[in-house]
Design a protein around this ligand. Structure first.
Ligand code: 9MR
Length: 541
């Protein structure tokens, strides 16, 4: 009797660009792979690479390189005469739609305004958090109210947090700054903001909010939220009192770096606005220098996201570098420390951004640019090597933390930086594999982007998607992804049953309860949008 082939092929479910390197992963396969076109003809026969062990899923994985196939179409993957799957696609501008969707999601996250049907379609909704007079919590060191509105909700909750807005807005500003031509014309149906390109119109909506969070002395408040997380209600139904909470060093330096960058990006569109951003950056930076150790922790009456970080030197380096590049004023110039280790950016890890900025501004920063470049390449070489085995990504066990998909994403962004400074194809190829991973070439066989792919999250931890009574979740959201922490597991009604598998890369559940694996967040969408947008922009025209 013939035993059915138990092989599984894991692919980028959105597809592959015709001229790109192309690879899928195979588990439990044996023999050659045939790729068959819609007419039933075998167009490519490939011998899979030798298998390699991937610790995060404890699987032996074979990589199958089908770069030689360049004709757009939909294909089947066969092994031993058996069809493993029939949704393999090669298409021009493969990542344009996901770029638009991932960026459009920021519009869906907008506070203080109605989402009209002409833009939001079936996800139209009433405005939330419209009362712009917000009470200063005593943790700000003062009392009274400020005027604050606009901005993006952080995640599945409705908090607005400066630290997380910082890295997010910076990543999106960088996307524009690195690829202005591409983003000057790319549009995704959001309300116009003067003549700004859509990407800058969206970014400005959050910058406007961030600017309201600066106190008269230059210091920046940490966050704006209710005291407790709201229930599963639409934004307009979350009517608990809003507070401005905390004021600290991380928020002030993150704000300073973002505003210094915004100055460069908005200068040619709106000189007055750009000047306002730069002024705000300088004042926040000066406050940070005066208050170098004001680490934020949640006050005892506050339970919303804390984004607490005790290590503040990287935020300072980031702000210094961006201010230095924007102003040319040597008094801002930070020293690049080659021994600093945590170089892949994350909300509490901003050092890598300063390193990258230094590496790409040799004229301004002088000798440090070479130090920065060497640091970048030392890691990028390890990353490129790691991408040649397992599921083709850098991710190792310790990368599977809360928001692991953003770790993968930021590794990809980092690899693209290495590509820009060297032009070496191996970095492009490794960065490209990150988007394959996020869109389905992973042991869960899952595209982590809502609304896209053969199998994608249906029940994200996202209050609007839960409360809106619409079957499909809001599209264009990258969920946090697998990780073994199980912080959301328990016996209370809103908690998850144990979904852990004993290995990091499959400890995930597509369930509303799972804020530790299936929530969405602005800082997780940004690196994905950056990679998808960069891959299109680099190949445009
Ligand atoms: O992304 C944050 C992650 O790094 C932390 O481990 C986690 C627990 O503190 O919090 C995550 O951020 C959440 C924030 O605190 C509130 N909004 C939702 C965010 C994503 O889960």
């Amino acid at each position: 009797a013939t035993v059915a082939n138990a092989a599984t092929a894991y692919i980028n479910q959105i597809g592959y660009r015709p001229a790109d390197p192309k690879e899928f992963a195979l588990v439990d396969g044996s023999g050659d792979i045939e790729i068959v076109n819609a007419a039933g003809q075998t167009v490519l026969q490939v011998t899979p690479k030798a298998s390699s062990y991937w610790a995060p899923s404890t699987q032996n994985v074979q990589l199958v390189d089908f770069t030689a196939l360049t004709v757009p179409g939909t294909y089947s993957i066969k092994q031993g005469g058996q069809v493993l799957r029939s949704d393999l696609k090669i298409a021009d501008k493969t990542f344009e739609d996901v770029t638009k969707a991932a960026l459009k999601w920021y519009y869906y996250q907008r506070a203080s305004m109605e989402l009209e049907e002409q833009y939001a379609g079936q996800w139209k909704r009433a405005a939330g958090h419209t009362n712009s007079t917000v009470t200063l919590h005593n943790s700000t060191g003062t009392s009274g109210t400020i005027q604050s509105s606009k901005g993006w909700y952080d995640a599945g909750d409705y908090g607005r947090y400066i630290v997380n807005s910082g890295i997010t807005t910076y990543t999106l500003l960088s996307l524009y700054e690195h690829f202005p031509e591409y983003f000057n014309t790319l549009k995704w149906n959001i309300p116009a903001e003067g003549t700004l390109p859509d990407l800058l119109a969206e970014i400005k909506y959050n910058l406007d909010w961030m600017l309201t969070m600066q106190a008269a002395d230059g210091g920046v408040y940490h966050k704006l939220s209710t005291l407790q997380f709201p229930g599963d209600v639409m934004p307009a139904k979350d009517t608990e009192k809003l507070y401005v909470i905390g004021k600290g060093t991380a928020a002030s330096f993150d704000f300073a770096g973002v505003m210094a960058t915004a100055y460069r990006v908005f200068k040619t569109f709106d000189a007055t606005y750009a000047a306002q951003c730069l002024e705000a950056a300088k004042k926040a930076y000066a406050w940070g220098l005066q208050n170098p150790n004001k680490a934020f922790t949640n006050p005892s009456d506050v339970a919303t996201g804390s984004y607490s970080d005790g290590e503040l030197s990287d935020e300072k380096a980031f702000a210094s570098m961006e201010l230095f590049i924007s102003t040319g004023d040597a008094s801002y110039k930070p020293t690049i420390d080659p021994n600093k280790m945590s170089i892949v950016p994350a909300w509490p890890e901003m050092y890598g951004l300063a390193v990258y900025a230094a590496a790409t501004h040799a004229t301004e920063v002088g000798a440090d640019a070479e130090t920065a470049k060497q640091m970048l390449l030392q890691y990028a070489n390890e990353f490129a090597y790691a991408a040649s085995s397992g599921f083709g990504v850098v991710m190792s066990n310790e990368d599977f933390v809360w928001g692991s998909n953003a770790v993968a994403g930021n590794q990809g962004v980092f690899l693209l930086y290495a590509y820009y400074v060297t032009g070496e194809q191996k970095y492009y190829e490794a960065a490209k594999k990150v988007i394959d991973y996020l869109l389905g070439k992973n042991p869960l066989d899952m595209s982590f982007l809502t609304g896209f792919g053969t199998k994608s999250p249906k029940l994200p931890h996202h209050r609007p998607s839960t409360a809106d009574k619409i079957t499909d979740p809001v599209p264009g959201m990258i969920v946090g992804g697998p990780q073994p922490g199980g912080e959301d597991i328990g016996s209370k009604s809103w908690e998850c049953k144990d979904y852990r598998t004993g290995v990091p890369a499959t400890s995930y559940t597509d369930n509303r309860c799972s804020y530790a694996t299936n929530e969405v967040a602005i800082n997780w969408n940004a690196p994905f949008a950056y990679i998808a947008g960069a891959l299109e922009a680099l190949n445009a025209g």
